[in-house]
Write a new protein. Structure first.
Length: 206
């Protein structure tokens, strides 16, 4: 029996497969390159959009903040909360009036105190009656009369103040009389309270 060799089908099959592979590989490479190009284009477009947006937005500078703070028309709510009401600010107390209650009353009403009708003479005699009842309570009345005389000397002239000059002389004289009649309060001299420590003297050792 004579054997007939078969045709080389394997070579044909291999060449066909290679043709298919050669046709598919370029297609896959083109697809990958296309996807990469699309991704790069999207990233570039997004970056350009971000840059344009950041450039279009104005940036606040230190100069702008300074202008806003120094603007006189600017009103802040925080300032209104921290502001102290004027009613809570305590005014300084007025200067104290010296002397007894009678002289303090005259001193508090000195702006309306008339002297043309001789009211200052009546005030001096009334005070002397009060002084004779309790001299110890009038140690500051000499200064009280002096303060009243100083105020009368400096106030402006008016029709009911025609005798201010006489009242000033009379009040100063009364202050001198009270200062020489009632001695000032005795001052207690403060002395250091300490005791001398006792020292024991020992004979020298030979």
């Amino acid at each position: 029996m004579k054997l007939v060799p078969l045709p080389p089908t394997i070579d044909v099959f291999d060449s066909h497969n290679m043709a298919q592979v050669s046709q598919q590989v370029p297609f896959d490479m083109d697809l990958c390159s296309l996807l990469q190009t699309m991704k790069l284009d999207e990233r570039q477009e997004w970056g350009n959009a971000y840059d344009s947006q950041s450039r279009s937005c104005p940036k606040a500078t230190l100069h702008d903040d300074t202008v806003m703070v120094e603007d006189p028309n600017y009103h802040s709510d925080e300032g209104s909360d921290c502001s102290v009401p004027s009613s809570s600010i305590l005014a300084p107390p007025p200067a104290g009036h010296f002397g007894c209650a009678y002289l303090q009353m005259i001193r508090s009403q000195i702006d309306e105190y008339p002297t043309t009708g001789g009211e200052y003479v009546e005030a001096i005699f009334t005070h002397r009656e009060i002084l004779s009842a309790l001299p110890a309570a009038h140690r500051d009345c000499a200064r009280g009369f002096t303060d009243i005389a100083v105020v009368l000397e400096k106030r402006a002239w008016r029709a009911d103040r025609d005798a201010d000059t006489e009242a000033v002389s009379a009040f100063r004289h009364e202050a001198w009389v009270i200062a020489n009649t009632i001695p000032p309060a005795a001052r207690v001299e403060s002395r250091p309270m300490y005791k001398t420590a006792s020292v024991c003297m020992l004979p020298p050792a030979y």
